[in-house]
Structures are given as structure tokens and as C-alpha cells.
Design a protein around this ligand. Structure first.
Ligand code: ACO
Length: 335
């Protein structure tokens, strides 16, 4: 195998959320639920919901704001970007890709741009792909985005799903660094299991079943979930993939300074921390304020902790995700 001369490193982070807060009490006005149940079962207190009459709150607009902030932190301009990897399962339009909308909005003239959909794992899948392109020398600078307007695919009558999700976007700038650089992405580990598609899916809206007024009336073009089954798979897979990433680098869980798991349910995160014997004080959590924002959970939690100074140079970070598909991924990096 040809030796690799490069590694990659995150040099900028950014995030953006719509303005409107939807609290648990707001939800209790329209469906049979209550604040106590939602907090206890999920850890969620409120989430942000886009006003889609405002062009500034569409998916690519959240991605745009998050990207601008990440570029500013990295000291880069849109012209520096070679490629955009846009993780989303709630795109602006199916065609063109949301990545292309973002490329146009940023004026990232030389960047090629592509959407990728591994549901909630999309950001980590995109970051892993950017890392591979950078390490092989094909590109120098990438923008990796995880951004969602999940409110557009929620069945608001279904209390088992509508309480869980929110809108938001996160982005990182990833740059080439020497292969031996201590501050770099150390490894990534991805997996998919299509056999488990039925745990989380949207029945209509693709070529399997176009949306008709009747289909839309039954909410078959909205997210459906088997919550209890996902819960169990999530805890096991998050724990297993964390260990895989740590062992691949000859490290121990105690060597990780911050774990950033996908934020689907605080109880899932706590169960994983218990299983790994990892202290919750070193797990970054934002689900309380934003709910499950799918591909945006990891980059937004990362951005928050970078900006408030919890994450410091030399820290070891573990990203650990799962999503519909099902998809799983972990990524270890030294900040
Ligand atoms: N408010 C009040 N009561 C409710 C609500 C609600 N919103 N939802 C359900 N209940 C009731 C149920 O009807 C049930 O009542 P019963 O005992 O009288 O039958 C009771 O509460 C318990 O319901 P469960 O479904 O068993 O509740 P559970 O503790 O399993 O929590 C939850 C449900 C929160 C959805 C949990 O299963 C979960 O978080 N699962 C994982 C979800 C997940 O990870 N989703 C992401 C998938 S991948 C991705 O991120 C795209």
C-alpha cells in the first residue's frame, strides 16, 4: 500500500438553529403528552422549529450560517473549499442536492458538492469520507455539514415521534495536515445494516410510493419508528462502536476526554456511558435544548463545546452515532 503523507484535522466549527422554540408544554396543547413524561423519558425540554415561510430557516440556510461560522473560525474563505459533504435526510429539494444549494449560497466556486444520507449518522459518514479524500491527497480543504429540517417530515399527531425531533445545522472545516501531526482524525469506523430498515423509515415520498393526497392524509410521508427496538439496538451499537474506535488506536476509554454521541434520547446516552464506565460529566449533551436534530447533533454539540472552551488542544474526542438504515459510526480524533 502507498504510504499516506497526509492526515486531516478539523480547524473550524459552526452551528445555527431556527429562532422558534417549541417547548414540551407547547406540544401538550395539541397532543396528549406532558412536560414531565417527555423530560423523564427523553431528557428533552424544548426544540427549535423552522418557519419555512422564512427563506433564512430552510435546511441550506441553516447549513449556510453554520458553514460561515466554521469558515470564520478556520480563517478560510468559500474559495478555499475543494469539496462539500452535506449530510441530511430532510433536503431542501431532492434535486438539486442541498449541497449544491449551499455551494451556490456560499460562492464556493471550485468546490464539488454532494448530499449524503445515512440518516442521523450522516455527519460522521461525511467526515470519514472527507478524511479519506484528504489523506489520499485528492483534496486539501473540505466542508462537512450535518443539517436538518426534520419538522417537515414529522407526523405531528404521533406523540411517539413528534416529541423527539428538532431542526438545526452544524458544520466543520476539515484541512490537510502532515500524516504524523498529533492533532488529526485518528480513525473512523462505519457500518450499515439494511435488514433493520423497519425500525425507522418513511414509507412514501420516494419512487416506491409517490405522495398522493390520500397518502399524505395518512401521514405515510412522515417518519415512523419502533422506539423500544431502536433503543436497545442503539445502546449496544453505540457502546460497541466506541470500543472499536478506541481499541483500533491502542487506547482505553479513560483516554477519551469528551464523548459526543448522537443525541436521540438522554436515557440512551446515559445507558451507553454506564456500559462503557464513562463519566457523564465528559459526555457532551445538547438534546435538552434542541431535541434530536439527526445529522446535526454531533457537529452542533461539538461547536458549543469548542466555543465555550471545554474542548482544548490535545483533547481526544470520540464521535459515536447511529441512525435509520440502520447505520452506525464512530470516529476518534485528537483536537
Ligand atoms: N407522552 C405521554 N405518554 C406517552 C408518550 C408521550 N409523548 N408516548 C408514549 N406514551 C405512553 C405510551 O402510550 C405508554 O403508555 P402505556 O404504558 O399506558 O401503554 C407509555 O407512555 C410508555 O410508552 P413507551 O413507548 O413504552 O415509552 P418508552 O419508555 O419506550 O419511550 C421513546 C418511548 C422515548 C420513543 C423511546 O422508546 C426512545 O427514545 N426510543 C429510541 C428512539 C430513537 O432513538 N429514535 C431515533 C432513531 S434514529 C434517528 O435518530 C433518526
Amino acid at each position: 500500500m502507498t504510504p499516506l503523507f497526509y492526515a486531516s484535522r478539523i480547524t473550524g466549527t459552526g452551528s445555527a438553529f431556527p429562532e422558534r422554540r417549541l417547548t414540551n408544554n407547547d406540544l401538550a396543547q395539541t397532543i396528549e403528552t406532558n412536560d414531565e413524561w417527555i423530560r423523564e423519558r427523553t431528557g428533552i425540554c424544548e426544540r427549535r422549529i423552522s418557519d419555512l415561510t422564512q427563506t433564512s430557516e430552510r435546511n441550506s440556510s441553516l447549513g449556510f450560517l453554520a458553514s460561515q461560522r466554521a469558515l470564520e473560525m478556520a480563517g478560510k474563505t468559500p474559495e478555499d473549499i475543494d469539496a462539500i459533504f452535506y449530510g441530511t435526510c430532510s433536503p431542501d429539494t431532492l434535486v438539486p442536492s442541498t449541497a449544491c444549494w449551499l455551494q451556490m449560497k456560499l460562492g464556493a466556486k471550485k468546490a464539488w458538492a454532494v448530499d449524503l444520507n445515512a440518516a442521523c449518522s450522516s455527519f460522521v459518514f461525511g467526515l470519514s469520507m472527507a478524511d479519506q479524500y484528504i489523506r489520499t491527497g485528492q483534496i486539501k480543504t473540505a466542508l462537512v455539514v450535518g443539517s436538518e429540517v426534520l419538522s417537515s417530515i414529522i407526523n405531528w399527531q404521533d406523540r411517539s415521534t413528534s416529541i423527539l425531533f428538532g431542526d438545526g445545522g452544524g458544520a466543520v472545516v476539515v484541512e490537510r495536515t502532515p500524516a504524523e501531526s498529533p492533532r488529526r482524525i485518528l480513525s473512523s469506523h462505519l457500518k450499515s445494516d439494511g435488514q433493520l430498515w423497519e425500525l425507522f423509515y418513511i414509507q412514501a415520498g420516494g419512487s416506491n410510493q409517490p405522495v398522493t393526497p390520500e397518502i399524505a392524509g395518512k401521514n405515510l410521508d412522515k417518519m415512523m419508528m419502533k422506539g423500544k427496538e431502536i433503543f436497545k439496538v442503539a445502546v449496544k451499537s453505540l457502546a460497541d462502536y466506541a470500543i472499536e474506535a478506541i481499541e483500533a488506536n491502542g487506547l482505553k476509554i479513560q483516554d477519551v476526554d469528551w464523548m459526543i454521541p448522537h443525541q436521540a434520547n438522554l436515557r440512551i446516552i446515559e445507558a451507553v456511558a454506564r456500559r462503557l464506565d464513562f463519566p457523564m460529566e465528559r459526555v457532551l449533551v445538547n438534546i435538552d435544548r434542541y431535541g434530536n436534530t439527526s445529522s446535526a447533533t454531533v457537529p452542533t454539540a461539538l461547536d458549543e463545546a469548542v466555543r465555550d472552551g471545554r474542548i482544548q488542544p490535545g483533547h481526544t474526542l470520540l464521535f459515536d452515532v447511529f441512525g435509520a438504515g440502520l447505520t452506525y459510526g464512530s470516529l476518534l480524533l485528537r483536537w
